[in-house]
Unconditional design. Structure first.
Length: 157
């Protein structure tokens, strides 16, 4: 929400920002985002569960040119165990590498690969149990780097 105010001292118009900024999307209207990644053209964001909805998981994308939400999807996958939902994933880190999104879930201590063109989760990787507070992810040619308890840890095959 923005309020228009005119300051009396110099007569210039100013905008005063009140409240939190938000990204309004159709599917993820009441979900928070804790991570974002970009490949230069689009900015991708992953939702986290809230206290009312543990089933919905949405990837939203904004065109960086105008920062308007231009698409969103719930990824498809055949990697889930019966009775589980993608909405249980608590994504705390998102990274883009070679056209793929990589997300780290704090809930299940895993990294999963998302193909944004096909809107599918295609792979999942388990993290070591010693990584118990992962809050960031970097995917690059050397593998993965995760931020765990404010320490950057490099993961390799």
């Amino acid at each position: 929400m923005y309020r228009f105010v005119q300051l009396p001292d110099n007569g210039e118009d100013h905008f005063l920002a009140l409240g939190r900024g938000c990204v309004d999307t159709v599917r993820s209207k009441f979900h928070h985002v804790m991570s974002a990644a970009s490949e230069g053209e689009y900015n991708y964001m992953a939702t986290v569960p809230n206290n009312r909805d543990h089933k919905t998981f949405v990837i939203s994308k904004q065109l960086m040119q105008d920062m308007v939400t231009s698409g969103e999807f719930t990824p498809k996958t055949n990697l889930l165990k019966e009775g589980r939902s993608l909405g249980e994933l608590y994504v705390t880190g998102l990274s883009m590498y070679e056209g793929k999104l990589f997300a780290v879930s704090k809930n299940f201590n895993c990294i999963f690969e998302i193909d944004p063109k096909n809107e599918m989760i295609v792979k999942a990787f388990a993290l070591p149990a010693s990584l118990d507070d992962v809050r960031g992810l970097i995917a690059d040619k050397d593998g993965f780097k995760v931020l765990n308890r404010n320490v950057l840890v490099t993961l390799r095959d």
